[in-house]
Design a protein around this ligand. Structure first.
Ligand code: DAH
Length: 365
């Protein structure tokens, strides 16, 4: 080995004698690091790596030059070059980790599917008009000292009809086009979807806690084909007041009060005699037409008045059916449609718009 070592010293070729200028390796490394650092993406990084270590790089030509060195110089120079390559590769790996993380971040951001729809600013959407009016009505009745009560939508014949003084075969049944349900054994008790909220009167009276001042909002169902003024699923508010010494005057004053709270003071109310099996006497309550203000138009059939709901003094038969003593207690009841009330108040011509889910309609309220 010794003579070979001396060979390099005695060799006439400078390339063979002097392996590498260490400053050149330093330059190559610095340049490679600059290139890697400047790469803005993974593709650019690969390109920079190729420039630093690829076949046409300064590094590669030095590597090829190794062959011309004598064995000892080749060993030193080879080790120096290999270490340089490892350092450049390590720098490239480091840079690659950073760029991969950045690209992954960018991809996630790009592919983002925001399922929560949480937007800055006020929450999108709002309550349906019918819900808004229902809540407003609840506030009015709570302000009058009423409790808000609810009852089942699936009912029995007893609660929907018989206890309300509508026995089987009573002609009033035909005005409640009822959905019947077949649950359980054939011949078992018939269940139905309540065709009005009045059955909740029976639940409240049966509860036996008197006096009663209750407002009952809720859904009701009838076998009606949808048209401008009918929906098979609609909303009503039932009112029931039972106390000592309640008179028809209390009923009239109560109706006047909540109609004004909902429609404003300029609207007038009136009661017209009517018939309901569960009240006696019974009446329909009307308000002045919102379209023509009483002058007469198509909406009010030229009468100047629009019917809002039914009411009356609780029939003694209803008290009897629920075990309340009509000698001690008296009361009134009323019921009206929330959807129709909202329709009148906002001049909506077709009830079906409430259930079509057209945001252009819904957004107006
Ligand atoms: N339940 C009746 C209907 O749906 C409305 C009604 C009328 C309710 C008179 C009452 C009442 O409480 O006293 O047509």
């Amino acid at each position: 080995m010794a003579p070979e070592t001396n060979l390099s010293e005695s060799s006439p070729s400078p390339a063979v004698e002097a392996p590498f200028d260490p400053r050149e390796l330093g330059e190559i490394e610095a340049e490679a690091r600059r290139g890697l650092e400047a790469a803005a993406g993974l593709a650019a990084l690969e390109e920079a790596e190729r420039e630093a270590l690829g076949r046409r790089s300064r590094f590669s030509s030095l590597y090829r030059a190794l062959g011309a060195l004598d064995a000892a110089a080749r060993k030193d120079a080879g080790r120096a070059l290999n270490e340089l390559r490892r350092r450049i590769e390590a720098a490239a790996d480091e840079r690659r980790v950073v760029l991969e993380a950045a690209e992954r971040e960018a991809r996630l951001e790009r592919d983002r599917l925001d399922l929560t729809e949480v937007l800055p600013g006020p929450a999108p959407g709002h309550l349906h008009l019918v819900t808004q009016v229902r809540e407003e009505l609840e506030d009015v009745f709570v302000g009058m000292g009423y409790e808000i009560a609810e009852g089942p939508e699936v009912e029995t014949d007893w609660y929907s009809f018989q206890a309300l003084n509508i026995p089987p075969d009573h002609p009033a049944r035909s005005s409640f086009d009822t959905f019947f349900l077949e649950l359980g054994e054939p011949g078992a008790e018939n269940y139905l979807l309540r065709p009005h909220t009045s059955p909740v009167q029976i639940h409240l009276l049966e509860r036996g806690r008197l006096p009663i001042y209750a407002a009952v909002p809720g859904r009701a169902y009838r076998r009606d084909t949808p048209d401008a003024t009918h929906l098979p699923v609609f909303h009503q508010v039932e009112g029931l007041v039972v106390d000592r010494g309640i008179t028809f005057g209390d009923l009239a004053g109560t109706i006047d009060t909540f109609v004004h709270a909902i429609f404003g003071e300029e609207v007038s109310t009136r009661l017209r005699p009517a018939y309901f099996p569960f009240t006696e006497p019974s009446a329909e309550f009307e308000i002045t037409c919102r379209i023509c203000h009483g002058a007469g138009c198509r909406t009010c059939s030229m009468t100047g008045w629009i019917e809002l709901g039914g009411c009356g003094m609780v029939h003694p038969a209803v008290f009897e059916a629920t075990g309340v003593d009509p000698e001690e207690w008296s009361g009134f009841a009323f019921g009206f449609g929330i959807d129709r009330l909202a329709m009148m108040r906002h001049g909506i011509s077709d009830l079906r718009s409430f259930v079509e889910n057209d945001v252009r309609f819904l957004r107006q309220f």
